[in-house]
Each structure stands twice: as structure tokens, then as C-alpha cells.
Design a protein around this ligand. Structure first.
Ligand SMILES: C[S@@+](CC[C@H](N)C(=O)[O-])C[C@H]1O[C@@H](n2cnc3c(N)ncnc32)[C@H](O)[C@@H]1O
Length: 257
């Protein structure tokens, strides 16, 4: 699949293979390791895709681990170095700060005026041996970057045999499209992606060869509570017959408008 996708999108547009933990460990009869994950291949069409950086909220445990220190007011924080690898010559980031030069082979992360301002604002923590570090407060961070291992278990009471996790599709739709973008799911099953698209004000196209899938999609999209300005069923079905170029089977398409 990866080799095929590289051909379709171009290997340079391959971004991530995401491990999605889909269920709890099970006892398998076959010889081999248990399978609790799916693999999501993430490609973009161009070098400048839509990317709405998602953030994962810190759990209490994350806060304790990542922001282990507390100031007098009880605000959680951590500190990071104010220098980075690489030397600059005659730049603003290799001048002395409070009489200290950056360590050999490194430069200040920003210009010295900004470091002075940070220090005035109480954003620099000085260690006992005079080493300055930048203070980062937990409550000023939007959360963590989303990494490439996801845990989105399958729905407990699926309306469709291979129904996917709604929150996962919500994350993908929000990250990789904007309002009024068109989201296409050409194997839409019960329409989980389409529901995420509709809730987030995207237009959508769903395709499936199964009548059962299309019925499940209709039910799922109809479940969304509309408002005065959004009619309940703001989509149409198109049925492509056998001569369709898409497959040999009958294929149905649901299109929002
Ligand atoms: C894994 S399911 C999709 C599940 C969906 N993401 C959900 O959350 O419900 C794959 C779907 O692809 C459809 N499918 C398989 N081959 C197809 C084809 N050649 N053309 C159209 N649909 C197809 C199947 O009927 C099935 O509903």
C-alpha cells in the first residue's frame, strides 16, 4: 500500500505513518504477535498543505512530569536552555548577556535585548552556579504536539462492522481541512468521516458500493442536530450503474451541498 501511495502522491508528499491503537490486547490463537493497531499513511497533495496544528491537552500526569517545578504563586513551570547549537559571527545572538558568553559552539536562542527583557519580566531562572534558563509556564501552553502514536479505540456499539472512531476522524478533518473545504471519503462505510466533515462545516463527498453502508451513512449524518439554518438532510444520493469507471459494482455517492 505504501509503495502504491508513494506513486500516487509522490514520495516527497509522504508525511507520517501513524500507529493507531484500535483495541485492548486480546488472546490470539495464531502463531504471531497480537494485532492491536492499524497503520494510517498520511500524505499531502502538495508541499503546502492545509495544516491546522492540533494540540493535545496535558493530563495531570503530563503536567507533573513536564512541568515539575512550581513558583511561589503555585504556577507550574519548566525551564529550557537559552542557547542552541551553532556559532554565529558578529551576530546579535553571540554578544555577552549579563557578562556571560554563550557556551563554545553555541549561540543565544534570541538577541541579547530580548534576553534582557525576559530577565526583567522574571522569565529567566538563574541556577546556583549562575546558569540562566528560560521559564516556560504550563498554563501558557496550548498543549502538546500530537505525535505519531494514537490511541483511538473502535466504538463500543458500532452501527457498521468496520466503523471507525469518531474523535479520530474529527482530528484528521480539523487538522487537514478548513471550513468549506471539500472532504472526500471514497470508502465511506457508515460515514464517520462525513459526519466529522459536516459537524466542522466542511462540504463532503462519500462513496461506497454497499447499500447498507449508504443507509448507515444517511442515518449517521441525519443524527446531527441541525439549527434553523441547516436543514436536516442537506445532501443528495447519486447512483452510478455498472458501466461506472469507478468499479464493476454499483457505487453510490452521497454529496453534501
Ligand atoms: C473499512 S470500511 C470504511 C469504514 C468507515 N470509515 C466507517 O467509519 O464506517 C470500507 C468500506 O469500503 C467499501 N468498499 C470496498 N471496496 C469498494 C469499492 N471498490 N468501491 C466503493 N466502496 C468500496 C466497503 O463497502 C466498506 O463500507
Amino acid at each position: 500500500m505504501k509503495v502504491m501511495m508513494d506513486e500516487v502522491f509522490g514520495i516527497e508528499n509522504f508525511r507520517n505513518d501513524i500507529t493507531r491503537i484500535k483495541c485492548n490486547p486480546k488472546n490470539f490463537d495464531r502463531v504471531g504477535y497480537g494485532n492491536i493497531k492499524d497503520l494510517i499513511l498520511f500524505y499531502t497533495k502538495t508541499a503546502n498543505p492545509i495544516w491546522n496544528e492540533p494540540r493535545k491537552k496535558y493530563s495531570e500526569k503530563d503536567l507533573e512530569t513536564l512541568f515539575a517545578k512550581k513558583n511561589k504563586q503555585g504556577r507550574r513551570y519548566t525551564t529550557v536552555p537559552i542557547h542552541a547549537p551553532g556559532e554565529t559571527e558578529n551576530g546579535k545572538s553571540n554578544q555577552p548577556f549579563k557578562g556571560i558568553l554563550p557556551p563554545v559552539g553555541r549561540h543565544w536562542r534570541t538577541d541579547v535585548e530580548t534576553l534582557e527583557q525576559w530577565d526583567k519580566d522574571g522569565l529567566i531562572e538563574w541556577s546556583a552556579n549562575g546558569n540562566p534558563r528560560k521559564i516556560i509556564y504550563a498554563d501558557e501552553r496550548e498543549g502538546m504536539r500530537v505525535q505519531d502514536i494514537w490511541e483511538f479505540k473502535g466504538p463500543q456499539y458500532p452501527q457498521y462492522p468496520t466503523e471507525k472512531n469518531a474523535e479520530m476522524l474529527d482530528l484528521i478533518v480539523k487538522t487537514s481541512s478548513n471550513e468549506n473545504s471539500i472532504v472526500l471519503d471514497c470508502f465511506c462505510g457508515s460515514g464517520t468521516t462525513l459526519k466529522a466533515a459536516k459537524i466542522n462545516n466542511r462540504k463532503w463527498i462519500g462513496i461506497d458500493q454497499s447499500d447498507f453502508a449508504i443507509q448507515a451513512t444517511q442515518n449517521k449524518v441525519d443524527e446531527i442536530v441541525g439549527n434553523l439554518f441547516t436543514p436536516k438532510s442537506d445532501f443528495d444520493f447519486v447512483c452510478l450503474e455498472e458501466e461506472s469507471i469507478l468499479t464493476d459494482n454499483e457505487v453510490q455517492i452521497a454529496v453534501s451541498f
